[in-house]
Design a protein around this ligand. Structure first.
Ligand code: ADP
Ligand code: 5GP
Length: 199
């Protein structure tokens, strides 16, 4: 029987996951990406959430291997040099990266794999995987974004300032992505992501 592969926009020299699909969820820090992801995973345990690696220190309550793999800068640089990341980027003074092998294995086994990553990494994935579905989450307003970052109460004043500066640049890039969803009412936003994934 003939096997039908997803169309890769003629991307013969690019990396082509044969069966499942990569989903990129991006948007400024504090917009609610992590909270939306958790709600989605509760509703759809069959989704595969890629746990990233970072040089950032764990926040209170964060667990190594669940929220992130927390590693030293030298370990991160070694892995990056060995090509172990599908994408990686610097964000607000730390490095973040998506483990290549785990993600490609999951996509090959037919899973919907979600990467919750910042703008530069999202751009790298779009370039390498043109068939990935990319979703940009927007805040209802910049003031509300600041309230959410501060309300989370887990970042230093300096980290908050860096994240807000970066957020302004990130929001301007929203149109580069396939779908834009405003995370104002939480349920409405989860439903919109769900519709995009399973339509
Ligand atoms: P990100 O992962 O994008 O950095 P988080 O998921 O940590 O953002 O969310 C930042 C804060 O905003 C959290 O305190 C979260 O509870 C809150 N939040 C998320 N979505 C909403 C929403 N729709 N309305 C109000 N607060 C929200
Ligand atoms: P935080 O420090 O708030 O957990 O994450 C900061 C930013 O890094 C967020 O926008 C988050 O989506 C992003 N991020 C998390 N993991 C990765 C990753 O593997 N790669 C990239 N490029 N960004 C990531």
């Amino acid at each position: 029987m003939m096997q039908v592969l997803p169309i890769q926009n003629g991307a013969t020299t690019k990396e082509c996951p044969p069966l499942g699909r990569l989903i990129v969820l991006t948007g400024p820090s504090g917009v609610g990406k992590g909270t939306l992801m958790r709600a989605l995973l509760q509703r759809h345990p069959e989704l595969y959430y890629s746990v990233s690696m970072t040089t950032r220190s764990p926040r209170p309550g964060e667990i190594d291997g669940k929220n992130y793999y927390f590693v030293s800068r030298s370990k991160f640089e070694q892995l990056a040099a060995q090509g172990e990341f599908l994408e990686w980027a610097e964000f607000a003074g730390n490095a973040y990266g998506t483990p290549r092998e785990a993600v490609l294995n999951q996509v090959s086994s037919g899973k919907l794999v979600i990467l919750e990553i910042e703008l530069e990494g999202a751009r790298q994935i779009r370039a390498s995987f043109p068939s990935a579905l990319s979703i940009f989450i927007l805040p209802p307003s910049f003031d509300e974004l600041e309230r959410r970052i501060r309300g989370r109460a887990q970042d230093s004043e300096e980290a908050i300032a860096r994240r807000l500066r970066r957020a302004q640049e990130e929001i301007q890039a929203a149109d580069e992505f396939d779908i834009q969803i405003v995370n104002d009412d939480f349920e409405t936003a989860v439903n919109a992501i769900e519709a995009a994934l399973f339509e």
